[in-house]
Design a protein around this ligand. Sequence first.
Ligand SMILES: C[S@@+](CC[C@H](N)C(=O)[O-])C[C@H]1O[C@@H](n2cnc3c(N)ncnc32)[C@H](O)[C@@H]1O
Length: 597
Amino acid sequence: MTPQAEAEAEIQLNAASARYSYNPILRWNPQVEDYFIKAYGSLHFAQISKALTRPSCYSCIRVNTLKSTSDAVIEKLQEIMRKSGPQNDVVGINWKENKASNDIDLDMVEKQSSLQNESITKCQIPGLEYVVFVKGSGPHEIDYGYSPDKPPKEVLVSRKCAEAVLRGAQVYVPGIMACSSHVEEGDLVAVSVAVEQPFPDGGWGLGITRGTVLQGLPTDPYHFERNGLYIGQGTTMLSRAGIFRASQGIAVDMNNRVFKLPSFYDVLEGEIFLQNLPSIIAAHALDPQKGERILDMCAAPGGKTTAIAILMKDEGEVIAADRSHNKVIDIQKLAAELGLTCITTYKLDALKAVRKRNGSSDTTTLCCNKDNNDVVNQRSDSGPLGNGVSSTTIVGSNADTTFKENVSNEKANERTYTSKADIRKNTRRMRNGPGRNQSLGGRVENSKGFLPNSFDRVLLDAPCSALGLRPRLFAGEETIESLRNHGKYQRRMFDQAVQLVRPGGVLVYSTCTINPGENEALVRYALDTYKFLSLAPQHPRIGGAGLVGRCEFPDGYVEEWLKPGEEELVQRFDPSSQLDTIGFFIAKFAVGPKDNI
Ligand SMILES: C[S@@+](CC[C@H](N)C(=O)[O-])C[C@H]1O[C@@H](n2cnc3c(N)ncnc32)[C@H](O)[C@@H]1O
């Protein structure tokens, strides 16, 4: 080869190694990006953006202490690992490769570990000994077998599919968007992802038809955009024709991944639950006690509900509500799997969580299928309220919205009135089983809300923009307006939550977003609106400080965050910090006497 040919070959190889790599750049709406840069500074925000494109490099397992211990779980997982061998995917990890030189630094977690240098370690944070970490690794460099005259066979997957694959999933048929021609079952393919691109009209889009043939040439759709967006290599389980004919099933068995993370599918069911560390800490911060009455307002799928119930040793009452029927069923399944009996589930809109005081009982309706209107029973949950708080206690609140909320509750209650004939008909259905048009789903009770001051503690793990979840390959869908709308929705939910906690009780608010407008700004609203609330210290506190100050937007809107002295009372989990968690926020409020407001 001539020196010139050699130089050209080297250039090609360098270009190929940049192309066949994992080095994504997270795209944001420009105004949102400006806002976050104001909040964090450009360097810190760049670090956060980078961290969001990667999964956490360890899995966090919460042990069901009612059934097992951390030591027993560690022993069992190590046994599974020994039996499965280094290449086996029983817990979805190539264990021997954990010590790859480019492992993400887990110093913080490692230092707190009693089993230094092991893949499976017990958390040593006081009070969190029931948490076990399992280490993963990445990003790994993968040789996709590129040669200048023969590019590798390829599969292009959707962003959602790629994000799941980065968390340890396989590539399923519906996730595939395009594929090389002549792909046969058993072929080795390079897997890359199609991420939304800016459209000329200012929006974002994909503009690719499912089934497109990839040639491995610059003329392919998204050829250049996919530089640095290769997530691993796998073996096809179907031919190209099969992939686009089938409607379900695994299409590519991912056997060489950029991130190797353990998956615990079907492993130690009922004994363990895979949960992000900040979520475990949110349940812990609530500090639930045996025998208490606790409300989890937005509970599905039940991760924090079950953590709370276990901390209460399954003694007391945990009410888990969610507005989605099917998600309530998920909570029921999880509670049953973990063997928890103190959890009662309801379908309830958190915006209507406070029941108007027109009686001494919480009225609920029992519902048997997905359709909210299919009420089959109605019952009254009478009985004492937690801590002897009378149902006639006057609610003190200075928020206008509270009054409006109660009025709209009344209307909602009228709308859900069920006639005796309906009840008789539905009771018959219950006895005789579902008719042809009814699904065989679990039973979900509709709640019309709860009486003011009727809970010792309330968790509001609010629906949010989820901009802390990882891995994330695109963030352009959120605009300043949509972020503000999340904030408004959360404040309305908070207005309900605050009424339900008894004086002397506790209210924990959490989100999985990095957006200060849904975090610090909510705390500011809460403290300024409800003078009987104060920020309470949290245990354990391993997250960072909250943001102090304010943000002035170009449209004149001013968002107020924390005041000096408040920042150390909240926990802000930064995805770019050494803890390597999702982005998360926790504020804990002590509820003082409400009557002098
Ligand atoms: C962040 S997730 C909760 C996660 C849950 N706490 C856990 O740890 O498993 C937010 C939940 O709020 C629910 N949700 C959204 N709007 C709601 C509303 N108006 N009322 C009740 N639940 C709502 C969603 O269905 C979703 O399940």
